[in-house]
Design a protein around this ligand. Structure first.
Ligand code: HEM
Length: 427
């Protein structure tokens, strides 16, 4: 790409200083993003796609109708609307959006609060049940406890919420958690996956489809007030929603509800544990939960990366992008773009840049994307994050991270700890 002088230089470094596959990158991608920023707003990667860490480029491309999802392969597979362009995207998103109005989401608040309290009761050993974690030493067994924040709190909370909303039996949780984990790895482009992953993903997709097909058949006979029943009714009513699209929509919602909010809660807790004075401030100011959650979403976003393909010959920052070429938009880097965020590596709950607005595309961080694919569950995720982190701050006394090294889940797109042992004072 000899046309753009400032980018040519960056390209010649190829990916020497930035690798998505490097385990050090998984543990902490942010120093790599700083180098990526220094190399320019847009560059070509060694594997051919373009990559941009720039807030300006990411937000432009996400709103630009010349960019979208690649052509459907002729594999007979039905994609969810996350993977579709208008007009199919518009039609299917509109149907699902009926379940995500601000009023309906706000109505879930009491249930989410109740769940958060129950899960923390169990994690802290305050429900009469056996505590989930280990107890440290004989002498201080009474004073200290430990639990895995991911397994005991960050994961079950959003999973139960989305299961109840959709109408998926929570008893089946272990089954679809494993499927969901596998399919979440399929969110990225196939060329970024290890070859043996593809077969596993295909077979998991089949199991998930069969599972939803059966549930849909049950709701057809015996409808309830859940989202699945509502979608089944739409599907049976006319030509708006096919059975395959129904299944793809449910799978998307279940995975999106599973795999992202868990990371908001876990990444958010981790950031707070690493800066105890900010956690103390938050504990004293629970009314700041919305601002705290926005800053945590900016600081360490659950979705680090998304992609767009040029649908026609296009240009970005004066660089021609040919139809069919793909751009990786690094949300995690855009959220720390020094052109937009002052002192971007600093966690700052009073940041003015985050108060740009709410759903609809005026947020200043890009954690929920932008444009037509802006996260449908953003209001739900925010509510869950606010409730979970407030409850954690209030109920877990003198919490400390009980490991020196946090291990991350194996996923290129989604970033979050596999487990997060937290030690705390009892009482
Ligand atoms: C789309 C992030 C929670 C449902 C997206 C996108 C992002 C995102 C970045 C856009 C992807 C792209 O443009 O390629 C997040 C984060 C969450 C979260 C960070 C938690 C903190 C949820 C929840 C749900 C949900 C709880 C629903 C239950 C969806 C759906 C889409 C989407 C359906 C596709 C929208 C479309 O294509 O029109 N999300 N999400 N998300 N999200 Fe979320």
């Amino acid at each position: 790409m000899a046309h753009a002088t400032e980018h040519t230089d960056a390209e010649s470094h190829a990916d020497a200083d930035f690798s998505l596959f490097d385990p050090r990158f998984r543990a902490d991608p942010y120093p790599g993003y700083t180098r990526l920023h220094a190399a320019g707003r847009l560059r070509r990667t060694a594997f051919g796609a373009w990559i941009s860490p720039s807030y300006r480029v990411c937000s432009q491309v996400l709103r630009d109708p010349r960019f979208g999802r690649p052509e459907l392969p002729e594999d007979g597979r039905t994609r969810s609307f996350l993977g579709l362009n208008p007009p199919d995207h518009t039609r299917l998103r509109r149907l699902a959006a009926k379940a995500f109005t601000p009023r309906l989401i706000e109505g879930l608040r009491p249930r989410i609060e109740e769940l958060a309290e129950q899960l923390l009761d169990a994690a802290l050993g305050q429900d009469g049940a056996q505590e989930q974690g280990n107890v440290h030493g004989q002498d201080n067994a009474q004073e200290q406890g430990e639990f895995d924040l991911v397994a005991a709190f960050a994961h079950p909370l959003p999973v139960i919420v989305i299961s109840e909303l959709l109408g998926v039996p929570t008893e089946d949780r272990d089954r679809f958690t494993a499927w969901s984990d596998t399919l979440a790895r399929a969110l990225g482009p196939e060329y970024l996956l290890p070859p043996d992953a593809l077969a596993e993903i295909d077979s998991t997709r089949g199991q998930f489809e069969a599972y939803f097909r059966e549930l849909a058949a049950q709701r057809r006979v015996q409808p309830t007030d859940d989202l699945l029943s509502a979608l089944v009714a739409v599907c049976d009513d006319g030509e708006v929603l096919s059975e395959a699209e129904l299944i793809a929509t449910c799978t998307l919602l279940l995975i999106a509800g599973h795999e992202t909010t868990v990371n908001l809660i876990a990444n958010g807790t981790l950031a707070l544990l690493r800066e105890p004075q900010r956690l103390a401030w938050f504990r004293a100011h629970p009314e700041a939960a919305p601002a705290v959650v926005e800053e945590l979403l900016r600081f360490d976003p659950p979705v680090q990366l998304t992609m767009r393909t040029a649908l026609v010959d296009a240009d970005v920052e004066g660089v021609p992008i040919a139809a069919g070429e793909q751009i990786l938009l690094v949300i995690g880097a855009a959220n720390r773009d020094p052109e937009v965020f002052a002192d971007p590596d600093r966690l700052d709950f009073s940041r003015a840049e985050n108060t740009g607005g709410s759903a609809g595309g005026t947020d200043r961080h890009l954690a929920f994307g932008l444009g037509i694919h802006f996260c449908l569950g953003a209001a739900l995720a925010r509510l869950e994050g606010q409730i979970a982190l407030t409850a954690f701050a209030r109920r877990v006394h003198e919490p400390e991270l009980a490991t020196d090294e946090v291990s991350y889940r194996d996923n290129l797109i989604l970033r979050g700890p596999a487990s997060l042992p937290v030690r705390h004072r009892r009482g």
